[in-house]
Design a protein around this ligand. Structure first.
Ligand code: GDP
Ligand code: MG
Length: 333
């Protein structure tokens, strides 16, 4: 009947504890189901394989996860974002000046974004310049509001955002606002503390960079790299961090290893819940860009954000993911 409705069918043959049970599984092949999973609900054997097969058949949320993985992984789309005057255009121009510019496309208006394809150490990147993001204030006209939308648009279009800030001036309210957009869109991010030539001593520079890193809060997974956009100083480490963050954005960790590690930080840990006892019994990575993990729990209602952040931190501790967000979704069996 399920077959006739065009649904994927997974057959779980339960009570396969004994040897003769396993052999008996072959008789089910006559039913023409997609796969047969011998399980023992009592002993828990085969259950994780069954869950993995189920997860593999659940389509990922629209526009997220696996869908983006296929899309031109070889060409990272990089949005250069930040408030006006931090050096975005300078950074793009300097890059384009001494690196090989393959093609560039100039859009209609001067306020519009300009996309530039550059090659560096044999790798290509599509850089998206923007008109800058401004805080929305009453006194500002249509042009500024348009430029905010444009920057949001470039963040939506990118894999990774370089958040350019004025290093010596420190992290401003507007910088944090742009950072929040990047986090909301779950993009990889590297912070460039630009105008680093403005720091008058090594001590001031060290303290300044430390303060910026501290101010990132939920984006503390992002690297902070001092740059001088006018000269290209710091571009080498900047692109090293971009490479790392891009790779981590598409990193896949093995389910077996993940579940072994989850013994210590997930399965044996109670999940705070208003409904009473709650627990997780399985975790698997369901997608990349951003790396997304499905956690199977008894009850998905009311799981506090603090628990999600705890999980994200544990996954980061074990697997890195520097520069990349980590998405957690909860599912019930
Ligand atoms: P945008 O509005 O973010 O595109 O900023 P621009 O690229 O137009 O740069 C604004 C001003 O900052 C220009 O006068 C640049 O020459 C200057 N600028 C950009 N990067 C640096 C830098 O690293 N150091 C210094 N001292 N000035 C910079
Ligand atoms: Mg500019």
């Amino acid at each position: 009947m399920l077959r006739e409705r065009g649904k994927a069918v997974l057959l779980a043959a339960n009570k396969v504890d004994a040897k003769e049970g396993r052999e008996g599984v072959s008789q089910f092949h006559a039913l023409a189901v997609d796969t047969i999973h011998p399980v023992s609900a009592e002993h828990g054997t085969g259950v994780s394989e069954l869950l993995e097969a189920i997860v593999a058949r659940i389509p990922s949320p629209a526009g997220a996860g696996e869908a983006t993985e296929e899309k031109d992984a070889a060409l990272p789309r990089i949005a250069v974002v930040g408030r006006p005057n931090v050096g975005k255009s300078t950074l793009v121009n300097t890059l384009a000046g001494f690196e090989r510019v393959i093609a560039s496309e100039v859009a209609g208006t001067t306020r519009d974004a300009i996309d530039v394809l550059v090659e560096r150490d044999g790798r290509r990147y599509l850089l998206i310049d923007t008109a800058g993001i401004r805080a929305k204030r009453k006194t500002e006209g249509a042009v500024e509001i348009f430029s905010v939308m444009k920057s949001l648009d470039s963040i939506k279009r990118c894999d990774l955002a370089i958040l350019l800030i004025d290093g010596p001036a420190g992290l401003s309210h507007q910088d944090r606002q742009v950072l929040r957009y990047i986090l909301d869109e779950e993009r990889a991010v590297v912070v460039a503390a630009n105008k680093a030539d403005g720091w008058t001593s090594e001590e001031a520079r060290r303290k300044g960079l430390h303060a910026i890193a501290e101010g990132l809060e939920y984006a503390s997974f992002a690297a902070v790299v001092p740059t001088v956009a006018t000269s290209g100083k710091g571009f080498q480490p900047l692109f090293r961090k971009i490479e790392e963050a891009s790779a981590n954005f598409r990193l896949r960790v093995p389910t077996g290893l993940l579940n072994r590690m989850a013994q210590s930080f997930l399965y044996t840990v109670p999940i705070p819940s208003p409904q009473g006892r709650n627990r997780a019994f399985y975790i698997t990575q369901v997608g990349v860009a951003p790396p997304s993990f499905a956690v199977f729990v008894k009850d998905r209602r009311g799981i506090p954000d603090s628990f999600t952040r705890y999980l994200q931190n544990k996954i980061r501790d074990r697997f890195g993911f520097e520069g990349s967000p980590v998405r957690i979704v909860y599912r019930e069996r």
